[in-house]
Structure formats: structure tokens, C-alpha cells
Design a protein around this ligand. Structure first.
Ligand code: GLA
Length: 656
């Protein structure tokens, strides 16, 4: 990313607004209420296509004109959707070939949203036609602050297996491999008689009778991410040709959507924007929020970013949709800000009365303004105003965690040592353990420059390139500290096993060698000599140059190393070969002895300005050393900051 272009100064408050669902008298009430709530930035026209082009070639902009003028008159900036996220019914009827096809070869029909094939030339032509018209009409409007390309690209339609996609996949493969023999080698097609002699024989990895070729699956993931990025680029190019306003799209850095490699997308954004929802299917949804915010900041190259969507209360798409208790939404919002967000936006402004999302919370609930939810929104707005001077500062972190979408795709292949071992579980556990120690972590790509970090954590990095593995080893040789967890360094980018013992790419730097994996059955435990327990995974490990920190006390690997430490050049590298409590290793590796599990402590800085965020997720008051001025309460802090249970503090620190 070149330089970040935030749409609105300060820490902005924003929302998605779907005026198509309401009458003009409601629009006027909404604009007045938005102003009362201090809303600065409103996303419109996200699902606007069937209203703007109700039948082919018939365009109606009157309603959108009126809404934009109304918001403008209320001093609100526009985050303008290009309107292409869901095609109108006429497009799917006239061009059924634009519909996506699932892995089993069956079509996904309209009636929901995003029913389009990312490779469809017909869809692209019609969508770009609309984008051009929207850009011509509003590109120089004074209220326009941001272009919002489509919506959550790839949320539902990332992987399409239709014939058009098959052709596009073949084109992508030809440009990646040039020669069919190179593809055969990369995909290991000698196995199960899969050798290709002609590009035209290659198919997308549709469902098969048995396990599919894992390298083909990974390339299909790569292709699918690139294909949608190509689509984003096409929309963005049109917008940039007609307008100077920054362009972005909303990412889904979340636990349940994984189809886009956002490391390759990020450089194309003028500002990084993420949608985040607490996921109550996870063990610790709030810890995941912190992780997602740190990863979003990683995508933003450490610079400020936007929280483009979050929920005021419950969502409607989880099996059990838990609402937020008073204070929780404000804590969630402040966690995002603490970790680099300069904009806090919601899906959506007014709760829908109809449609599939009528049970999704909103800033303005069905019950109106005499509600806890509305009062929470007002309180958040006031808080964001008070801390506005934080905008533009950057998060202080000297520990990095490596994250890779490619590794996620490949580690969770159809046939693997244990279905119970998942990439995100490893990543979340490592991040949460650091967070519990009060350590702020940058989440970065495997090829990031690591030199400024005092510790690099590599959870379950199954797939890693030679270059990245070498850079990680060089970082340690030069004095860095590294913690690697099990099922790392196993394959290269072709999903080919690194022979000679696990964890292949990291054997030397860790000074260990494993002969075989020995996953544990779910629910089984082994005792470790350091008093902890191990679950899910063990391996027949021996040290080559490392020393042993803990061994297994029982089970088939009794006496075998479970945690090791290796001196490598001027640095130190730890290996954790089982799922276990990592706090002792991380304490040793970071030198941090405290335990802050219920309290988040993060610092943002720029030049001589420094802001300390303390977010108390517990119910009891906590104390933290600080000196300065708490922007939230307006009180001065003279040595010890007390944050009430459930409270937040943002201290402008005195720097001596
Ligand atoms: C996504 C979408 C929104 C809405 C929310 C609901 O983030 O972008 O349109 O569907 O989910 O949580």
C-alpha cells in the first residue's frame, strides 16, 4: 500500500445504510438521527443494483441522488458502494451462465446474494457498466469520501466450478507453469495416474469419488483469490479514472472465511477496511477480535485502518446469536481502535423490517431510540470524539506472529494426520497466550521484514517457501528469538513434503528432527514433565543441537521431547511439539512475567505523542501504572490508573 488515505479526519463513526428498504420520510428521520449520533460516514448503494437499473439499460438515480443530498446537507460524508455486490434478478434470468456453480457441479441460484461467477465476462461487463455510471454521476460530489467496491468480495462466491471458471483456471495455470510438464511436477501427477498431456484436460477440483489432488486444490484457491482480485482491480481502475477519492473494499478477516489471500490484495487498497463480528462459536470470541484487529493492521502495513462493519448487538447468522451487554460494544470498538482502527463503522444503521437480516442488530434497533442499544451508540460516539486526537498514531509492537492464508488452505487438506488439528486454533492459541501476557503482537506475512522484532512466533506454518524459511533462520542467526509450534515447515509451495524429517524447513534452526507424527485422539491427554498437559498432537522427536525443556511423561511418546530450545547463531529458537499451555515458553522468550488475561493493554504512538489503551474485560477494577490524562474520563492520572470493571481508558501519556 502506498500511503493510507482515510476518508474522514479523526476517529470516525460510520455505518451501512440501506435506504432502499425505507421510504423518504424515514430517510429524513434517519439523517437527523445520524447527526444526533455523530455519524460521520455512511455507506450507501451497497446492494443498490436492482434499484438503480430495474430493467436492463433503464437507469434510475433519483432516490440515490436524494439520499446523498440529504446526508450531505447533514454534514455526513459518503462511503459509496458501486452497487455491484448482488446482481438484479433480470441479469440472472437472462444470463444464467453468470450463476456460480458449486464443487458438486450444481448451480447456486439467485434468491440470496452474490450469485455471480467471478470469471463471468457477462457479469463483469454489466457490473462495470453500472460502476462507470455511478462514478460519472457521483465521482466529484463534495460529500463523496470513499469508494466501496462491491461488498465482501468472495463472501459466498469465491470458489466457482463452472465451465467459464474452468477455462479461466486453465489460463491462470498456463501463466503460472508455462509448460504442462512443470504443472505435472508441481501437482505430483504421477500419483494415481493423474498425469496431464494437454491443458484442456485440466478441470477445477470438482468433488470426486475419493480424495482430490491437494496441490490442485491449493492452486484453485490461489486462482480463485487472484480472480476476484482481478475483478476488484477492474472496478477500481474505472473509479480511479473518474475520481480522486480513495478506493477500497471491505475485507473479511474473520475465523470462518478464508478464501482470499489478503496479503496479495492489501497493496491494491487506498485504505484497509475490515468487517468483524464476534464469533460465539469460538472458545474466546474477544481474543479472536484482538487477533483479527492485529492481522488487519498487518494488512495495513502498521498504518491506521477502518473497521467497516461490526454489530451493535447480535448477528443473525450464527446458530445462537448472543447480544452484547452494556459496555461490551464500546469495549469491542475500543479494542479495534487500540489496535489501529481510525474508523468504527457498523452494519447497519437501522434494523431491517424485512429480508434475511431482519433479526440482525443495528445502531437503531426495531424498538427505536428509547433503548440500551441506542444509548450505547451515543456513548460510543462521545468516546470516539474524546479520543479523536489518537487518529494517525501507530500501534507499538515488538513481537510478530506469522500468518499465511496459503498455509491455512494447505494445512487443512482433505487427508492429513489429524482433522482435529486446525491452523486457526494454533494461530489463535499463540496470539491469545501473548495477549494474556499483555504483549501486543503484529500479525505479519511470512515474507515480512522481521529484523525489528525481539520475538517471532510461527504457529503451525505447514507450508513455507525456501526463501521465507531461510529469512526466518537468518533472523535467528542474527540474534532473534523464535517460537515455532507443531505441524510447521512440512511442505514447500507445491505441497511437497520436505524430506529428511520434520519440521523440514525449520529442522536446523530448531535443532530437532521428528521421525513421525503421533496425533492424539480428541479428548486424550499426555502429561508433560513441566507439569503441563499436551493434547491433540505429539511426535517422535529427537534433538540434534537443541536442549530439552519438557518431555512426555506418559503415553506412546513417554520420555521423548515435547518442548525444546536451541541456540542458533546469536539467537534462540523454541519448538513446541504438542498443543499445550505456551505461557512459560512465551514468558521465557519475551521476558514478560506479568499476566493480564482480563485486561488489554495496547499503546499507540506518533512522534512524541503516546496513548495508552487499557480495556478491562473483567468485572473487577484493575490498576495499571500510568501518568498523564485519561481522555475518556477527562481526569488526570498520577502514577496509577484505575479502570472499573468493564471500563476503558485512553491515557495521553506524559513522556519524560
Ligand atoms: C456482512 C455483510 C453485510 C451484512 C453483515 C451481517 O458483513 O457485508 O451486508 O450481511 O455481514 O453480519
Amino acid at each position: 500500500m502506498k500511503s493510507v488515505r482515510m476518508p474522514v479526519p479523526g476517529i470516525s463513526l460510520g455505518c451501512d445504510y440501506n435506504p432502499e428498504q425505507w421510504s423518504p420520510d424515514v430517510w429524513r428521520e434517519d439523517a437527523a438521527l445520524m447527526r444526533r449520533a455523530g455519524v460521520d460516514l455512511v455507506a450507501v448503494n451497497i446492494f443498490g443494483w436492482s434499484n438503480l437499473e430495474p430493467s436492463p439499460g433503464e437507469y434510475r438515480f433519483d432516490d440515490l441522488d436524494e439520499v446523498i443530498e440529504l446526508l450531505h446537507a447533514h454534514g455526513i460524508k459518503i462511503n459509496l458502494g458501486t452497487g455491484t455486490s448482488s446482481p438484479p434478478p433480470w441479469l440472472s434470468s437472462r444470463h444464467p451462465e453468470t450463476l456460480p456453480v458449486a464443487a458438486d457441479g450444481t448451480t447456486r441460484f439467485p434468491g440470496g446474494r452474490q450469485a455471480w461467477c467471478p470469471s463471468s465476462p457477462v457479469f463483469r461487463e454489466r457490473a462495470l457498466d453500472l460502476v462507470g455510471r455511478v462514478a460519472d454521476r457521483y465521482g466529484s460530489h463534495p460529500a463523496l469520501a470513499l469508494w466501496h467496491v462491491s461488498n465482501e468480495l468472495g463472501c459466498h462466491n469465491a470458489l466457482c466450478y463452472c465451465e467459464t471458471s474452468a477455462d479461466a483456471f486453465r489460463t491462470w495455470l498456463r501463466s503460472r507453469y508455462r509448460k504442462i510438464e512443470t504443472l505435472n511436477e508441481a501437482w505430483g501427477t504421477s500419483f494415481w495416474s493423474q498425469r496431464y498431456s494437454d491443458w484442456s484436460d485440466i478441470q477445477p477440483p470438482r468433488l470426486a469419488l475419493s480424495l482430490r489432488n491437494p496441490a490442485q486444490l491449493i492452486d484453485f484457491q490461489r486462482f480463485s483469490s487472484d480472480e476476484l482480485l482481478g475483478y476488484y482491480r477492474a472496478e477500481a481502475a474505472l473509479l480511479r479514472a473518474r475520481s480522486d477519492v480513495p478506493v477500497t473494499t471491505n475485507f473479511m478477516v474473520t475465523a470462518h472465511i478464508r478464501n482470499l489471500d489478503y496479503w496479495s490484495w492489501a497493496p491494491e487498497m487506498d485504505v484497509i477496511a475490515n468487517d468483524h463480528y464476534l464469533d460465539h462459536r469460538l472458545g474466546d470470541p474477544v481474543a479472536e477480535l484482538s487477533f483479527a484487529a492485529d492481522l488487519t493492521r498487518g494488512l495495513a502495513g502498521g498504518r491506521p485502518w477502518m473497521l467497516m462493519e461490526q454489530a451493535a448487538g447480535a448477528v443473525n447468522w450464527q446458530p445462537h446469536n448472543v447480544t452484547k451487554v452494556p459496555g461490551e460494544m464500546i469495549r469491542n470498538s475500543l479494542t479495534h481502535v487500540a489496535r489501529g482502527a481510525d474508523s468504527v463503522c457498523f452494519f447497519q444503521w437501522r434494523a431491517s423490517a424485512q429480508g434475511a437480516e431482519k433479526f440482525h442488530s443495528a445502531m437503531l434497533p426495531h424498538a427505536g431510540t428509547d433503548t440500551v442499544a441506542w444509548r450505547e451508540v451515543l456513548k460510543l460516539s462521545e468516546t470516539l470524539d474524546r479520543i479523536g486526537e489518537v487518529a494517525g498514531t501507530e500501534v507499538e509492537a515488538d513481537v510478530a506472529l506469522l500468518f499465511s492464508w496459503e498455509s491455512w488452505w494447505s494445512a487443512e487438506g482433505e487427508a492429513r494426520p489429524s482433522q482435529a488439528v486446525t491452523y486457526l486454533d494454533q494461530v489463535h492459541s499463540a496470539h491469545a497466550a501473548l495477549r494474556d501476557l499483555g504483549v501486543t503482537t503484529d500479525v505479519v506475512a511470512p515474507d515480512a521484514d522481521l529484523s525489528r522484532y525481539r520475538l517471532v512466533v510461527v504457529p503451525g506454518l505447514y507450508m513455507v517457501s525456501d526463501t521465507d524459511a531461510q529469512a526466518i533462520a537468518d533472523y535467528v542467526s542474527a540474534g532473534g528469538r523464535l517460537v515455532v509450534t507443531y505441524f510447521s515447515g512440512i511442505v514447500d509451495e507445491r505441497d511437497r513434503i520436505r524430506l529428511g524429517g520434520y519440521p523440514g524447513a525449520f529442522r536446523d534452526v530448531l535443532g530437532v528432527l521428528a521421525e513421525e507424527f503421533a496425533p492424539l485422539l480428541p479428548g486424550a491427554e499426555v502429561a508433560l514433565s513441566n507439569g503441563a498437559i499436551g493434547t491433540l498432537w505429539t511426535e517422535r522427536l529427537r534433538t540434534t543441537t537443541a536442549s530439552v525443556i519438557a518431555t512426555y511423561e506418559n503415553g506412546p511418546m513417554a520420555g521423548i521431547p515435547a518442548i525444546t530450545r536451541n541456540q542458533h547463531g546469536d539467537g534462540t529458537a523454541w519448538y513446541v511439539a504438542t498443543k499445550t499451555d505456551m505461557s512459560d515458553v512465551l514468558r521465557e522468550a519475551t521476558g514478560v512475567m506479568s499476566d493480564k488475561s482480563d485486561t488489554e493493554v495496547v499503546r499507540r504512538r506518533a512522534g512524541d505523542r503516546s496513548y495508552l489503551f487499557v480495556i478491562n474485560h473483567g468485572t473487577e477494577p484493575v490498576e495499571h501504572p500510568a501518568r498523564g490524562h485519561d481522555l475518556v474520563t477527562g481526569e488526570s492520572v498520577d502514577g496509577v490508573l484505575t479502570v472499573q470493571g468493564g471500563g476503558v481508558a485512553v491515557v495521553r501519556e506524559e513522556i519524560r
